[in-house]
Ligand binder design. Structure first.
Ligand code: PBG
Length: 321
């Protein structure tokens, strides 16, 4: 017989740290974390990034030191953004960084590399602009992305991660890279206001002679969740190994639904604006930095993420234990 609700004492399982430990359903591990890194060409010293505390625009030298220090803190998976000084479709700077990192650290680290054109174009758009400057050419962009992905994979990247949101890029990139290279698709990437600090770090804000002032013609509209589902299903069918939802916190519903529907490993990106919001509040004494980040990361795992990309990754081991 069912007991009356008066006898159900939920606080019994909350009464001390031992029982709370035992009943926990969500467990985080620092092994789930991927740390973003920025390698910047043509700077003499590493630079801080406004809003992104503990994150730097690194020189080739300081980048290696940063990875060494992250490894000591138990973080061994990275997502590299290469920022070349020349705004041209040339990828040798980033490819050289990949080769140098893998030469130094080999299989001690797992290196994913972001694939996109926004840091390599004068206009900061994620693709190739038509001569009129009002449209991103899909197929020309996809061909160029495949060239970039191949250069990064051949330089030694363990994973390439296209973040551009063009149609058909997963199949084209899959065909261009070696079979051992993991393909992580930014599949459910939304047209978000939370990317601000990143665009300063990657020098990739839309600007210059393009008539497009934003990325609305290729990133997913926040009010169109079925577009995210179709994008993820399509990328899975085209051969992506890992799918991603981005940003994290404003799109937990998407993460939960898509991870239940599509049986691939799911990543979530706690993007620059989400991270910076917590950092700024913590600096003002309005929030505890560790508690706030842990709470967001737990929400990601609850919603179905098996891996988390976060600028706070390098604190994860110390915090999670
Ligand atoms: C490049 C790219 C962006 C991010 C990752 N890859 C920015 C954008 O789409 O404008 C955002 C990451 C972040 O905000 O932390 N296309």
């Amino acid at each position: 017989m069912a007991k009356s609700t008066a006898e159900i004492t939920l606080r019994r399982l909350r009464q001390d740290g031992h029982i709370r430990d035992l009943v926990r359903e969500v467990r985080l591990s620092h092994k789930q974390f991927i740390q973003p890194l920025f390698a910047v060409e043509g700077i003499k010293k590493r630079e801080e990034i406004p809003g992104l505390s503990h994150t730097f625009r690194d020189t080739p030298d300081t980048l290696l030191k940063q990875i060494e220090s992250d490894l000591k803190k138990g973080i061994s998976k990275f997502l590299l953004f290469g920022v070349s000084a020349k705004k041209q479709l040339k990828y040798d700077f980033t490819a050289n960084q990949i080769a140098a990192i893998k030469k130094r650290f080999g299989s001690d680290i797992w290196l994913a590399v972001d694939v996109c054109l926004c840091s390599s174009t004068t206009h900061g758009q994620c693709g190739i602009l038509n001569p009129e400057g009002d449209h991103i050419e899909n197929n020309a962009t996809v061909s160029e992305l495949a060239v970039q992905a191949q250069a990064f994979a051949e330089a030694g990247a363990d994973c390439v991660a296209p973040s551009d949101m063009m149609d058909g890029r997963i199949a084209t990139i899959r065909a261009a890279i070696p079979s051992r290279t993991v393909l992580m698709s930014y599949a459910a990437k939304f047209h978000s206001g939370f990317y601000g600090p990143f665009r300063v770090a990657a020098d990739s804000a839309p600007k210059g002679k393009s008539k497009l002032t934003d990325r609305a013609t290729y990133q997913i509209d926040p009010t169109h969740p079925t577009d995210a589902l179709r994008s993820a299903e399509r990328d899975a069918a085209e051969g992506a190994d890992i799918l991603m939802v981005k940003p994290g916190l404003p799109y937990l519903d998407i993460l939960k639904e898509l991870s239940q529907q599509i049986p691939l490993p799911w990543a979530v990106y706690q993007v620059s604006g989400e991270y910076a919001a917590i950092e700024l509040m913590a600096r003002e004494g309005l929030m505890d930095r560790k508690r706030a980040h842990l709470e967001c990361w737990q929400a990601f795992v609850r919603a179905g993420a098996s891996m988390i990309i976060s600028y706070g990754a390098r604190d994860a081991k110390e915090w999670i234990g």
